[in-house]
Design a protein around this ligand. Structure first.
Ligand SMILES: [Zn+2]
Length: 56
């Protein structure tokens, strides 16, 4: 489960990086809290799916 969450986390970073592609120069800088938003959200999608599978 830990490895799956790590993959989901990194996928979230990849998505964020992809979404930032059209943003120009100086606007590409953001704090760690923003950087972790997409990756944490991605983890939560997996956690929610697992909980639903186990509980329901
Ligand atoms: Zn991260």
């Amino acid at each position: 489960m830990n490895n799956v969450l790590t993959l989901a986390h990194e996928l979230g970073h990849a998505f964020h990086n992809h979404a930032m592609k059209p943003v120009n120069g100086l606007n590409k800088q953001y704090p760690l809290s923003i950087a972790e938003t997409a990756s944490t959200f991605s983890e939560m999608i997996i956690v929610e799916a697992v909980v639903e599978e186990v509980v329901v």
